[in-house]
Design a protein around this ligand. Structure first.
Ligand SMILES: [Zn+2]
Length: 216
C-alpha cells in the first residue's frame, strides 16, 4: 500500500464558475483555460474515474503514462504530481487531494479488457473506452480513437503482487473525497465515470461524481 498524502483545498463550492453532476457510465468533456482548477468529487465513495488530458491547442499531444511516472519516479499520483504529455509539456498539476494516492497507468476498461479479464459474455457491458469515444464524437472537437491514450484512474489503486502480477482491490476514497487539478495551459479534459461491475474498483456499485471548476 503506497503512502497516502492528503491535502485539503482552500477553494469553496460557492465560488466555482461551473459545476456538474456526472452519473455512473456517463462522461464529461471540457476545455480548461490556463490556471483554472477542476475538482472531481467522489460523492458516495469507492468510485473510479478515468481521466484523459490533452493540449487543447495541439490535440496530438496528450497524457503520457510513461513520462509522468518516469519524471516523478513514482507509480502513483498525489498532490504535487504534474501530469506530462508525450512531448514533455506540463498538462495539469494536482493541487489538492483528500484521498492521497491515485493510479497513473492501469488505464480505462474496454470491451476487449472485459472479455479478457472477466469472460466473453461481458464483452457487451458498458465500458470507459466507449464513453471516451462517444464524448469525442458528440463534442466534434476533432478527436478520434486514434487520439485515445492510456488514462489516469482517479480514486483507484492497482497494486503489484510480490511476483509482479497486478491485483484488483477496493478503492480507498470515502464519500466526498476529491482531487483537484490546475491547468498548466489550455487543456482539454475528458472524464469517464466508470460503470465497471466486474471488479471491486467501484465496489460493484457505480455511483455519481461531481465536478467543479474555479478561475485561476
Ligand atoms: Zn471503466
Amino acid at each position: 500500500m503506497p503512502v497516502l498524502t492528503k491535502v485539503e483545498s482552500p477553494r469553496k463550492a460557492k465560488d466555482a464558475i461551473y459545476s456538474e453532476t456526472i452519473l455512473a457510465g456517463k462522461g464529461f468533456m471540457h476545455k480548461l483555460l490556463p490556471g483554472q482548477v477542476i475538482r472531481i468529487v467522489d460523492l458516495e465513495g469507492n468510485q473510479s474515474v478515468d481521466a484523459l488530458f490533452y493540449d487543447a491547442e495541439n490535440p496530438d499531444d496528450h497524457y503520457s503514462t510513461v513520462l509522468t511516472i518516469a519524471e516523478q519516479e513514482n507509480m502513483y499520483l498525489k498532490t504535487g504530481s504534474t501530469l506530462l504529455a508525450e512531448s514533455g509539456k506540463e498538462l495539469v498539476t494536482i493541487v489538492a487531494d483528500t484521498v492521497g494516492c491515485h493510479d497513473a497507468w492501469f488505464s480505462f476498461c474496454s470491451a476487449q479488457s472485459n472479455t479478457v479479464r472477466y469472460g466473453h459474455d461481458k464483452m457487451d457491458m458498458h465500458n470507459c473506452r466507449d464513453t471516451f469515444l462517444l464524448l469525442m464524437e458528440e463534442n466534434q472537437a476533432g478527436y478520434t480513437k486514434r487520439d485515445l491514450p492510456p488514462s489516469v484512474n482517479f480514486f483507484c489503486i492497482v497494486p503489484f503482487t510480490q511476483d509482479g502480477a497486478i491485483e484488483f482491490v477496493d478503492g480507498i476514497s470515502a464519500p466526498g473525497s476529491y482531487v483537484e487539478l490546475k491547468a498548466k495551459g489550455s487543456i482539454m479534459v475528458l472524464l469517464s465515470n466508470c460503470s465497471q461491475l466486474n471488479n471491486p474498483c467501484n465496489d460493484y456499485n457505480p455511483t455519481p461524481i461531481k465536478v467543479y471548476i474555479w478561475e485561476s
